[in-house]
Write a protein that binds this ligand. Structure first.
Ligand code: ADP
Ligand code: ADP
Length: 232
């Protein structure tokens, strides 16, 4: 069963009366449990692809089925629900709420899902333990290093048990040592069965992924999965 099934996705933007085709007939299949890096030069369509996969924007045409749900026909409210339920986001700048502690930040997505307080606390503690931050749960983001903040964000991303972790340049603000640590953590989560999709131009990230999809001019230029299948 596919997690992501995209068929002939086209995304166009209107800019000053001009049509810009950011995605040009993209078809893609991602299965549960994959670790995918989406790479490519600036302007190749990576961010647009991130917005499509993450149900943050709708395609101009084409079909997108996420975990059995046909996303391309949903209303905005329905999309927001699917997003909360199925996707754990991580970002370059962590996007943590500065006035909340690590624990409170991780509890937040469960608040939106209407999970009772006691269960929220238990699950947030468990998620923070999984990312190795059990001893920093009462710290606010500005009391944590970049790597620690990204760990909090990863805990927040996994706490609702999403169908995938979707990252937008998740190592972009980290030094190379911390990048290695975060990639090791993502690798561990992948081993435990999580699906991970990272949009990045960081070659270090690409080297850790199981599958690398290169975009160019709004199209899939290469997909290492095809290369792999071709060899067998
Ligand atoms: P990348 O993330 O690989 O840099 P993007 O998806 O941001 O690529 O951009 C793909 C193309 O779409 C580029 O030509 C970019 O200028 C254009 N584009 C992206 N977002 C918008 C937008 N909101 N309005 C107009 N053009 C856009
Ligand atoms: P990491 O393991 O994420 O690489 P560092 O070695 O960067 O952590 O940081 C070590 C300690 O210094 C951390 O436990 C953190 O509490 C503190 N620290 C690092 N950066 C900051 C910062 N910008 N603000 C406050 N504390 C920081």
């Amino acid at each position: 069963e596919a997690l992501i099934q995209m068929e002939h996705i086209v995304k166009e933007y209107l800019l000053g009366g001009q049509v810009i085709r950011a995605l040009n007939d993209v078809s893609l299949l991602v299965r549960h449990g994959e670790f995918v890096a989406i790479m490519g030069p600036s302007g190749s369509g990576k961010s647009t692809m991130m917005n499509m996969i993450g149900c943050l924007d709708v395609p101009t045409s084409g079909r997108y089925v996420l975990d059995g749900v046909e996303v391309s026909t949903l209303t905005e409210d329905e999309m927001a629900y699917v997003r909360n339920q199925k996707i754990g986001f991580i970002f370059q700048n962590f996007n943590l709420l500065p006035r909340m502690t690590a624990l409170e930040n991780v509890e937040l997505p469960m608040l939106y899902m209407g999970i009772p307080a006691r269960e929220r606390r238990e699950r947030a503690l468990e998620a923070l333990e999984r990312v190795g931050l059990k001893d920093r749960i009462h710290n606010r983001p500005n009391e944590l290093s970049g790597g620690q903040q990204q760990r909090v964000a990863i805990a927040r991303a996994i706490v609702n048990r999403p169908s995938m972790i979707l990252g937008d340049e998740p190592t972009g603000a980290l030094d190379s040592k911390t990048t290695e640590d975060i990639l090791a953590l993502l690798h561990e989560l992948h081993e435990q069965g999580n699906t991970i999709i990272l949009v990045t131009h960081d070659a270090e990230v690409g080297a850790h992924a199981e599958r690398v999809i290169h975009f160019r001019d709004g199209r899939v230029e290469s997909d290492s999965l095809f290369a792999y299948e071709g060899e067998s």
